[in-house]
Design a protein around this ligand. Structure first.
Ligand SMILES: Cc1cc2nc3c(=O)[nH]c(=O)nc-3n(C[C@H](O)[C@H](O)[C@H](O)COP(=O)(O)OP(=O)(O)OC[C@H]3O[C@@H](n4cnc5c(N)ncnc54)[C@H](O)[C@@H]3O)c2cc1C
Length: 386
């Protein structure tokens, strides 16, 4: 990997920096804007959605999309630089992450031309908020055991089942979901990847209240919900391949921007640790781990620079960022003692972050599952039985 940026990249960085300096939202100053999406009040949501729209309309969220779909056709480096600049300033993240990071790459790779033209613009502008409908009450880590069924009725699929832990479902417009279209096929073979309008009879959203008080995710009950067969992405019964690609993007997408964000968190951590002798070792360890994370991200970037999909190695990135963040918030609460056990307003609430950080080791595949992926698909160790 060549670690230096080219003059073109540096010029692009200046362009991004200038745009952000001029357009960064004043309302975000002093507010906590990196909390879990969907937990915020309606006013903050509206402001964040508007900020997303402004970034989208200016083309910053679609840097890598081909020009024919409204993108700038740039390489992955542009995306990395843009995200670094956003993280450096701490501007709010886009509100349509499932659409941008999971569905858009999947549509560009597997979608029909019609699907791309219909759905990509709304992802970029946040006019259509997307949710990910993969998990079910008895299908989380073992996703292939999902039971939500879709039965053909003329040109439609009629869908019945339950999805759970669906982030942003209350604010969502559409969901991409995995459904079983052939109950007789082998587990991985009878699944399809469908796009489904959430605003229709036959869809009920039941919010789930969390430990930190928010309700950013929900259960989605599907009882005869309909979607045209034309909304299947990839082949009918071929959804597993599409889902696997989406998961790789989900795991690999938190790259160098997270590095910059973590350095900001580390700076705050260092302030509260001060010269507490008991915590110096853990603090040093935390810094070393961030640098190891950066090296790993740069290594996996070289595959993406060759235009290859992230691959199972994306699990390394996922493991690193989720466990680093969890350990950093553990350390903060340990150092703060009883003072860290109360919620506080302001830019960084360590208790909220401590609670949020647990979630990072679960969503997009738990740490145990990432280790299984690495063991079996990268290191070639024997597959687990059962
Ligand atoms: C904040 C948050 C947001 C989420 N958002 C979404 C969303 O938008 N859409 C969506 O579809 N899902 C979402 N999820 C769900 C998430 O993908 C699942 O929680 C996750 O896949 C784990 O599944 P599970 O909860 O059913 O746990 P289980 O699969 O039941 O696992 C329970 C425990 O057993 C361990 N375990 C399971 N199998 C193995 C194995 N083979 N080897 C070793 N250990 C194992 C797990 O690591 C875990 O510790 C979200 C979850 C969280 C926490």
């Amino acid at each position: 990997v060549d670690l230096r940026w080219s003059p073109e990249h540096e010029a692009f960085r200046r362009e991004a920096r200038a745009w952000l300096a001029h357009h960064r939202p004043a309302w975000a100053a002093g507010r906590r804007v990196d909390g879990r999406l969907g937990d915020e009040d309606d006013e903050t949501w509206a402001l964040r959605r508007d900020w997303h729209r402004r970034m989208g309309e200016a083309g910053w969220l679609t840097l890598r999309w081909p020009a024919e779909y409204g993108g700038r056709g740039l390489g992955v480096a542009a995306d990395v630089i843009w995200n670094e600049e956003c993280a450096r300033l701490g501007v709010p993240e886009p509100v349509n992450p499932a659409g941008l990071r999971l569905l858009a790459p999947v549509l560009l790779r597997f979608g029909s031309d019609d699907q791309r033209r219909r759905f990509l613009p709304g992802i970029a502008t946040a006019d259509c908020i997307w949710c990910q409908g993969f998990s079910e009450p008895d299908a989380g880590s073992d996703l292939a055991s999902l039971r939500t069924r879709a039965v053909r009725d003329g040109g439609d699929l009629v869908i019945t089942g339950r999805k759970v832990w669906t982030t942003l479902a209350e604010r969502g417009d559409w969901m991409f979901a995995l459904v079983r279209t052939d109950p007789h096929a082998l587990r991985h073979r009878g699944i399809s990847f469908v796009l489904l309008d959430l605003r229709q009879p036959g869809v009920e959203i039941r919010p789930i209240r969390q430990l930190g008080g928010g309700h950013g995710f929900a259960e989605v009950i599907l009882d005869g919900a309909r979607t045209p067969v034309a909304n299947v992405v990839g082949d009918v019964n071929g959804g597993w391949t599409v889902a696997a690609a989406a998961l790789e993007h989900e795991r690999g997408s938190a790259g160098l921007a997270n590095y910059v964000r973590f350095r900001r968190i580390f700076a705050d951590l260092r302030q509260i640790v001060g010269d507490d002798p008991g915590a110096q070792h853990a603090l040093a360890r935390s810094l070393v781990d961030i640098e190891v994370f950066r090296a790993n991200v740069l290594r996996s970037l070289s595959a993406v620079l060759r235009d290859e999909p992230p691959g199972p190695e994306a699990s390394v990135t996922k493991l690193f960022w989720s466990e680093w963040y969890r350990d950093a918030t553990d350390l903060a609460l340990e150092v703060l003692g009883p003072a860290g056990r109360t919620f506080c307003a302001g830019e960084r609430d360590w208790l909220v972050e401590y609670l949020d950080a647990r979630a990072g080791t679960i969503y997009a595949g738990t740490s145990e599952i990432q280790r299984n992926v690495l063991a079996e698909r990268v290191l070639g160790l024997p597959r687990e039985s059962g």
